[in-house]
Write a new protein. Sequence first.
Lengths: 114, 112
Amino acid sequence: AQSVTQLGSHVSVSEGALVLLRCNYSSSVPPYLFWYVQYPNQGLQLLLKYTSAATLVKGINGFEAEFKKSETSFHLTKPSAHMSDAAEYFCAVSDNSGYSTLTFGKGTMLLVSP
Amino acid sequence: NAGVTQTPKFRVLKTGQSMTLLCAQDMNHEYMYWYRQDPGMGLRLIHYSVGEGTTAKGEVPDGYNVSRLKKQNFLLGLESAAPSQTSVYFCASSQNPLQPQHFGDGTRLSIL
């Protein structure tokens, strides 16, 4: 069975500050990992994905995430927050079997203040 | 580019009423999914389909039925709506389970 834990339901940062959103996963086989973003009243959009190639993955809008097998983590970072980054962020895990489905974390709301 | 389209966008039902939510995708994807999103719960998978004519149960299937008669459409039905089914419902599709899922904008359903 696979699971995802996102630490912190809300994270607040100032504009220009580092963004760090934490994600830890549990999977019995090598995982595929995803970060999605959800803006108000919209569906989820893919930010980036890890599929067992490079451990540092770059995504859209300046976000990146690093896969650390020893820590079972896939934390999302951005060097400098913008007001437009305010949204809810979801980490998701899938094992690499043929019929797996995604398991989502409960989400972290990112608040950006001027 | 439509992607994944959900109808309706909003609906209010009374307890015991039935309704069908429609999801349509124009990307020729094999896999389609229905999720519900509740505050603090993330997204939970209701049912999914791995191809035309197939369906499978997800994490929270009780009270819902689905059908995939055409590859591009995935219908979610509530036979007898209950207040616990008040939620935002999202449909998604992907070419295979290891590819990113593409999401619709959601259906906001309230059951009184």
